[in-house]
Ligand binder design. Structure first.
Ligand code: FAD
Ligand code: DLZ
Ligand code: SF4
Length: 516
């Protein structure tokens, strides 16, 4: 047999199942195709990242002695669809099957499964680069009335031994979230990211990205994502040395000027396979045992990777495809137009979106409590919001983007991702950030021309979704406040919110903005 070993753009790891025990005659294929750059209008940094990283990985494979076919965007015979291109190359080389590891998105998985029995069969392998497989997750979830991250995470701690001292969690607690909620402070100094050198291969990839997809969001002038394993390791070391110690404390803080704070910015490198989640957790854990870094920081960081990252992936694969059409709160609004160009006078949103345009990055609290929270309060429909998150972030792949957006932000999955919606008023943003002092609105006012729109939208959201949410035990307190509010005040808030929503311009997509 002569297999074609298809390696997708987010499978750039030498440890990939597909590459193990390859027969000597195997052809490894990497395919640049326009469809993957356009099915949502990806940020130009994200496209540049995939092209540059794929080209470097092809080189690394050749150095290892693999026979590699690389389809470039400019090849005259390129089919520009992953499935068709793989089949074309397989035929060209006389291969008798195509092997591929589980991709990161259902749409590809489904098509591949449909072709499993075609004349040129596809053999689908498990992607073993995670701590758990979808089957592991399904087994864990079986028979549970409620799925909760906390219990899944504890089991993973025990199973892997990360931060375990015998049967007990290091530091005596499983969870240090309580210590991890410090707001932004004026005196903080954040580490600067390492600047990566761009070799000829990277420069060429970026210039191809620009030539083909120059009308997409962002500019490549400040591109600085790691595109090789070596660069990714530099970023990992840098974070462990300079960011990790303060990661916990300021995990939820938001800055008006700094995009990364003490976050690792390792998600893109991990998601495309340049770093393994195991080595990232191990590097963090080591600092705790060396006594350099407090347990709340290391635990908080490992929880994100060993806990959340695995949990969302398990949810995705066990709930798809129905998950994608869930819309428990019945939202129908299109995306606000300013999500594409940051043209808004609401300072927190302006900054989160501008940073996204600049860097193809926003940290978790910006995604969840600023752009996410606003979309939740406005009732933006899941498909519109999900397409946006999938397009704009360099780390976005549907397996991780969808549960976070549809589940955690929009509470559209009826509570699988979170036991209550993460809705918040301007008061929360004011507490955690230094945005409001630069804003034309006041977070302290609920009605009137200077009132922060988050405030009236917050109460309005609670009011119109009361039937679905007021029985939630975690929402009881807040519904108590709403119910005690004087009718007159409630009416004024309602009017303020409705006027705002009536005037909110929406857009059906990026294309609408850049081609008209
Ligand atoms: P850090 O804060 O340094 O965290 C360390 C690592 O933990 C991250 O690199 C990531 O791998 C993991 N992690 C942290 N939070 C989560 C989470 N909620 N789910 C899964 N992994 C997590 N993350 C993606 O990787 N891709 C996405 O497409 C994505 N979309 C998101 C959409 C929304 C609406 C929200 C609220 C969150 C999303 N996240 C996504 C999760 C999280 O925001 C990013 O992983 C994080 O901001 C990446 O930056 P970082 O590497 O600096 O993370
Ligand atoms: C995001 C992306 C882009 C922009 N380009 C390619 C590509 O040309 N070839 C490829 O194999 N993958 C690309 N990707 C990543 C794919 O979209 C990713 O493999 C799927 O989302 C499945 O995980
Ligand atoms: Fe955001 Fe409201 Fe603060 Fe302005 S006042 S920055 S809109 S929270």
């Amino acid at each position: 047999s002569k297999p074609l070993l298809l390696v997708l753009g987010d499978q750039l790891s030498l440890s990939l199942t597909t590459l193990q025990d390859a027969p000597a005659n195997a052809i490894v294929a990497l395919c640049e195709v326009a469809e993957e750059a356009r099915y949502v209008p990806h940020h130009i940094h994200k496209i540049g990242l995939f092209l540059a990283a794929m080209r470097h990985f092809a080189q690394a494979l050749r150095d290892k002695g693999f026979q590699v076919h690389y389809s470039a965007l400019d090849d005259a015979d390129n089919c520009h669809s992953l499935i068709e291109e793989a089949e074309r190359i397989a035929q060209q080389y006389g291969c008798d099957e195509i092997r591929v590891a589980r991709p990161g998105e259902w749409r590809l998985w489904e098509t591949m499964q449909q072709r499993e029995n075609a004349t040129l069969p596809w053999r689908l392998l498990e992607d073993e680069r995670f701590f758990t497989t979808p089957d592991d997750f399904a087994n864990w979830a079986k028979g549970r009335k409620q799925l909760r991250l906390e219990y899944f995470y504890r089991e993973q701690r025990k199973r892997t031994g990360f931060l375990m001292e015998g049967d007990e969690p290091a530091g005596g607690k499983w969870n240090f979230d309580h210590d991890n909620r410090q707001p932004i402070e004026a005196a903080l100094e954040f580490p600067e990211l390492p600047q990566h050198r761009q070799d000829a291969l990277t420069q060429e990839a970026l210039s191809d990205a620009k030539r083909h997809f120059g009308d997409h969001m962002g500019s490549l002038d400040n591109f600085n994502l790691p595109v090789t394993r070596r660069q990714a390791l530099v970023d990992l070391d840098h974070f462990i040395d300079h960011g990790l110690a303060d990661f916990g404390r300021y995990q939820d803080a938001i800055s008006d000027s700094a995009p990364y704070l003490y976050h690792s910015r390792l998600s893109a490198a991990m998601n495309i396979g340049l770093l393994s989640p195991h080595e990232v957790c191990a590097a963090a854990e080591q600092r705790y045992y060396d006594g350099d870094v407090p347990v709340n920081a290391v635990e908080g960081f490992i929880r994100q990777i060993l806990g959340w990252r695995e949990y969302v992936r398990g949810l995705y694969w066990t709930q798809m495809p129905s998950y994608k059409s869930a819309n428990q709160l019945g939202f129908e609004r299109d995306l606000p137009a300013f999500y594409w160009d940051a043209d808004t006078d609401m300072r927190c949103l302006q900054r989160a979106i501008q940073m996204t345009i600049d860097n193809s990055y926003a940290h978790h609290i910006q995604r969840l409590m600023v752009t996410g929270n606003f979309a939740l309060l406005c009732g933006v429909k899941p498909e519109a919001l999900c397409d946006w998150y999938l397009a704009v972030y360099a780390d976005a792949s549907e397996w991780v983007e969808l549960p976070n957006t549809l589940g955690m932000v929009l509470h559209a999955d009826g509570g699988l991702m979170g036991s209550k919606p993460y809705c918040a008023s301007g008061k929360y943003i004011d507490k955690m950030s230094d945005h409001c002092q630069h804003c034309r609105y006041s977070p302290k006012q609920v009605t009137g021309p200077k009132a922060c729109p988050f405030n009236s939208l917050y109460w309005h959201f609670l009011e119109i979704n009361a039937e679905r949410l007021n029985k939630n035990p975690r929402m009881k307190l807040i519904y108590g406040s709403l119910n005690r509010m004087a009718d007159e005040k409630r009416e004024a808030i309602r009017q303020q919110a409705e006027l705002f929503l009536d005037q909110l311009e929406t857009s059906s997509g990026y294309g609408q903005l850049c081609h008209t």
